[in-house]
Every structure is written in C-alpha cells, then in structure tokens.
Design a protein around this ligand. Structure first.
Ligand code: IPM
Ligand code: MG
Length: 356
C-alpha cells in the first residue's frame, strides 16, 4: 500500500484549528479508500515558536520537510509580531526555498453558497487563477537608507526573469489546455509598467505558440477586476504576477461567496520538492480558539493535495463530500452567515466519507 508522508504546519491563529480538521478528514478518506495511507508529522512552527526561539521556524526547517510528499499549511500571522517577519520567516521561506513557483487558486461557487453577484449563474464562475509565486513584486529586492531622516529612501523592486515568467506562463497554458474551455487570460499592466510587464507580454506570445489549441487573451489588471464582476463567464484559466494574483484571488474568493472556502496550492511543477497546500483565509485572530473557523478552505486544499499526489478518484470523493456539506445551510459557519462550528462541518464531511 502506498504511504504518503505529509508535513502538517498549522502555524498561527485558526490555522491550529483547520489543519487538524484537514488531517482528520484525510485520515478517514484513506481508511474508506483503502488503497493508500498517510504518515503525518506536525511541526509547531509560527508565532509561538518565534516567541521561544526568536525565529519562525528552525534554521534547518526545510531539511525536515524536503523528503515529504506534500505539506498541509494553516496560516502565518500574529498580532504581536510584524507581518513581514511572520510571512518571510515561514510561508515565503518554504515557497521560495522549495521553488514552488506556481500558486494555483481555483474558484467556484459551491452548492448552497450564496454568492454576492446578482446576475452570475453558478456555471458562469469556474476559474483557476495561477499566481506567479517566486519573484515579481515579492522578490524581496529593495532596501531603506537614512531611516527616520527627511532624506529617507525606501524601495521595493519588482523583479521578473525570463526563466521565471516563461515557466509560470507555460504552466498556465498547460493547465488551460487540460480544462474543457481551453481558455487562458494573461493579466498584465504593460501600459504603465514599461519594462518587466512588456517582457511578460512578449513571453506570453512566445509560449502561446506551443499551445495552438488554447485560446488566449490579454487583460490589464484594472480592467480585469471589472471583467470578473461584469463578465465572469468570459474567464476560465488566468495567469498573473505575484501581487496582481494576490489581489485578484481575494476578489475571486469574495465573488464565490467567502474567503473561508478558497483553497491554494503552492506547486513545484517539476516535483523536485514537496508542494504546499493551504486555505487562503489567513490566521483570523478575532475568531481563533473558538471553534468557529470554516474548515472548507482546508478541505478543498486537501483535494488539491490529493490531485497532486495523483489520487484523482479520492480527490473527487472528497470534493463531492465537501459539496454535499456546503449544500446544507445548517452546516454553514459564521463567514457564510450560519452558526455551525468547525467540528460540525468536519464531522459531517467525515460521516459523508464513511457513507453515513
Ligand atoms: C495570500 C496572502 C499572503 C500573500 C499574505 C499573508 C502575505 O494574502 O496568500 O494571498 O500576499 O501572499
Ligand atoms: Mg492574498
């Protein structure tokens, strides 16, 4: 029997509630499927670790993770630690250390979810946004000099490399090709940013030649926000730079009904390193420790994890269980206007998997 080694990193806030819920669901799924098993190892890195050790994860943290088949991550963020420390010390360290250059974010309106767009039919909104995940506006290049003086200077330089752009655009074309609509929208801002984004556009044209069966178009990022709201059915697969993708995926999640539902995969398509799966919602300190967090974003991330492992039928079974549960309004958590608890939703998904 195949045994998958999974690293669980709950991190901060509600990450500590939703990751164990994801683990529980995966455990039940492996029992009911009977063809594979999980060997979980949990790493309690994050804000509390930082308070004890002065770092978000041990210096050799990546060594502990590199032989895993996948990573299930909760969230990083702590009200008492600056955001750039929590982010760069854990999540980005893993994403960049393992060169997980494709951040993949599917969005759909799941059954039973009340999405905010009046005219949008469920079938109109079925997107996958691929966000560049290794460079661009998050390259970490920049600095501050003369701090606190009137002549202070601060820069954040967005860096795009030909290799970095080519590989993520190629990944997005391949993904678009694998979906029924075979349609890709390349998001840009080359009207204002006249160097790197112009190269981005040129590379899109070059890579598109490898995929003659994929229809593609280009959209400026500002116009893209309006198109997502006004003409959602004209979109299918989307590729964007790191920051553009960050913003567009929050909009996408909100248009699909809740940030609590949206999943993410931080993928190393070459499989040199483990890929990392996480809900998009963040640490949500205001509701932590109360059992109120929506675990659906984590469960859907587990579906992506299973797909990445090649367990497609198990992934489909879990997705069906998730959709069965979201269609029952009495199982909606607070973010969806309901009063169900994390435990209720987790229990319902597990029971569904057991065929009860
Ligand atoms: C996300 C988040 C992060 C990001 C934050 C926590 C820095 O918003 O995963 O989308 O911008 O990458
Ligand atoms: Mg974001």
């Amino acid at each position: 029997m195949r045994v998958y080694k999974i690293a669980c990193i709950p991190g901060d806030g509600i990450g500590q509630e939703v990751v164990p819920a994801g683990e529980a669901v995966l455990r039940v799924l492996s029992q009911t499927q009977g063809t594979f098993k999980f060997d979980f190892e949990t790493f309690m890195w994050g804000g509390d670790w930082y308070r004890k050790h002065g770092e978000m994860m041990p210096a050799d943290g990546l060594e502990h993770l590199k032989n895993k088949d996948a990573i299930l991550f909760g969230s990083a963020g702590d009200p008492h630690i600056p955001d750039h420390i929590t982010l760069w010390g854990l999540r980005l360290k893993i994403c960049q250390g393992f060169d997980q250059y494709a951040n993949v974010r599917p969005t759909r309106i799941l059954p039973g979810i009340d999405a905010p767009l009046k005219r949008c039919k469920v079938e109109d909104l079925d997107w996958v946004i691929v966000r560049e995940n290794s460079e661009g506006e998050y390259a970490g290049v920049g600095g501050r000099v003369h701090q606190g003086h009137p002549i202070e200077v601060a820069t954040d330089v967005s860096v795009l490399t030909r290799v970095g752009v080519e590989r993520v655009i190629r990944y997005a074309f391949k993904l678009a090709q694998s979906r029924p609509k075979k349609h890709l929208t390349v998001v840009t801002k080359s009207n204002a940013q006249r160097h790197a984004m112009v190269m981005w556009d040129e590379i899109a044209v070059q890579v598109s030649k490898e995929f003659p069966d994929v229809h593609w178009d280009k959209e400026l990022v500002d116009a893209m926000t309006a198109r997502m709201v006004n003409r959602p059915a004209t979109l299918d697969t989307v590729v964007a730079t790191n920051l553009h993708g960050d913003i567009l995926t929050d909009l996408a999640a909100a248009l699909a009904g809740s940030l609590g539902i949206a999943p993410t995969g931080n993928i190393d398509p070459e499989r040199r390193y483990p890929s990392m799966f996480e809900p998009i919602h963040g640490s949500a300190f205001d509701i932590m420790g109360k059992g109120l967090a929506n675990p659906i974003g984590t469960f859907w991330s587990c579906v992506m994890l299973l797909e990445h492992l090649g367990e497609h039928s198990a992934a489909a079974v879990l997705m069906k269980a998730i959709e069965h549960v979201t269609s029952n309004k009495s199982l909606h958590t607070g973010d969806l206007g309901g009063s169900a608890k994390t435990h209720d939703v987790t229990h319902a998904v597990c029971e569904m998997l057991k065929g009860k």
